[in-house]
Design a protein around this ligand. Structure first.
Ligand code: 13P
Length: 259
C-alpha cells in the first residue's frame, strides 16, 4: 500500500479528455507548455486524449516525455465500410496507447450502445490498446435509486467478452453524467460507494483481477478538488474534461495525483 491506500501495483492514472477541443496548432502549443509544468511523475501515469486529428501532433510533441496518448473513440472492426470511423490498428499506427470507450457523450449523442462496447473493449485489447471504459448514471437514475442497476448493467455487458484474466487491463472510469461539465463533483461518499461497487462487480468475474483494476473518477475534477478525490482508497486516478484544456490547471491536478 502507498500513502493513498492503493496497492503499489495500481499506478494512478490521470487522463485529460479534450473532447472536441484544440486544433493541431493548439495541441502542439499545449504540450510545449505542459511538459515543463508536470511534476516529477514517479509512479503516476499521465495521458492526453486529443481529437483524432491531434493525435499525431501530440505524439510528436510529447515524444520521450512519458506522457501517454489516448484516443476518444474507435470502431470495433479492423477495417470496412464504416464511413467516418477509425479502427484500432489505425490508432496503434498513429502511436496511440489507449482509447476512451463508452463516454456518456458518445452514448447520449451518438447512440453508442453496450452491445457495441461489448465488441469494442476486446477489440482494443487485442490491438494492444488500453481501453478506458466509461460508466455512470444519469441524475434521474440516481434520484430514483437506480445507480447500482445502471452501473451493474454497463460493467457486466461491456466487459462480457473480455477474458477474465485480462480484466485488469481495462481501466474503468466512473463518470456520473450529472457531474460532467456541471461543476457538481460527486461527494467523496458517492464516489467511494460507486467505486467499491464497480470493483466488486469486476470481482464477481475474478477477485484477483479486481484488485489490480484501475478505476478513475471523472466529472468536474479541477485543481481545487482533485487532491481530496484522489486520496480515496478506491480512486486510482481521474479522467478530466474542462480542467485538462489548460496546461497549468492540468499540471496542478497531476501534482495533486502524485503520492
Ligand atoms: P469535466 O471534467 O469537464 O466535467 O468532464 C469530465 C469528462 O467527461 C471526462 O471524460
Amino acid at each position: 500500500m502507498n500513502a493513498g491506500g492503493q496497492p503499489a501495483n495500481r499506478t494512478p492514472l490521470l487522463a485529460g479528455n479534450w473532447k472536441m477541443h484544440k486544433t493541431v496548432a493548439e495541441a502542439r502549443s499545449f504540450v510545449a507548455r505542459l511538459l515543463p509544468q508536470l511534476p516529477d511523475r514517479g509512479a503516476i501515469e499521465v495521458g492526453l486524449c486529443p481529437p483524432f486529428l491531434g493525435l499525431r501532433a501530440v505524439a510528436e510533441a510529447a515524444a520521450g516525455s512519458g506522457v501517454k496518448l489516448y484516443a476518444q473513440n474507435m470502431h470495433h472492426a479492423q477495417e470496412g465500410a464504416f464511413t467516418g470511423e477509425v479502427s484500432a490498428p489505425m490508432l496503434v499506427e498513429a502511436g496511440v496507447d489507449g482509447v476512451i470507450l463508452g463516454h456518456s457523450e458518445r452514448r447520449a449523442y451518438f447512440g453508442e450502445s453496450d452491445r457495441e462496447l461489448q465488441l469494442k473493449v476486446p477489440a482494443a485489447l487485442q490491438a494492444g490498446l488500453m481501453p478506458i471504459l466509461c460508466v455512470g448514471e444519469t441524475e434521474e437514475e440516481r434520484d430514483r435509486g437506480d445507480t447500482e442497476r445502471r452501473l451493474r448493467h454497463q460493467v457486466q455487458e461491456d466487459l462480457h467478452l473480455v477474458d477474465s484474466e485480462r480484466l485488469s487491463e481495462v481501466v474503468i472510469a466512473y463518470e456520473p453524467v450529472w457531474a460532467i461539465g456541471t461543476g457538481r463533483v460527486a461527494s467523496t461518499e458517492q464516489c467511494d460507494e460507486a467505486m467499491s461497487f464497480i470493483r466488486a462487480l469486476v470481482g464477481d468475474r475474478c477477485k484477483e483481477q479486481a484488485e489490480l483494476t484501475r478505476i478513475l473518477y471523472g466529472g468536474s475534477v479541477n485543481a481545487e478538488n482533485a487532491a481530496e478525490l484522489l486520496a480515496l482508497p478506491d480512486v486510482d486516478g481521474a479522467l478530466v474534461g474542462g480542467a485538462s484544456l489548460d496546461p497549468y490547471s492540468f499540471a496542478a491536478i497531476a501534482a495533486a495525483a502524485v503520492r
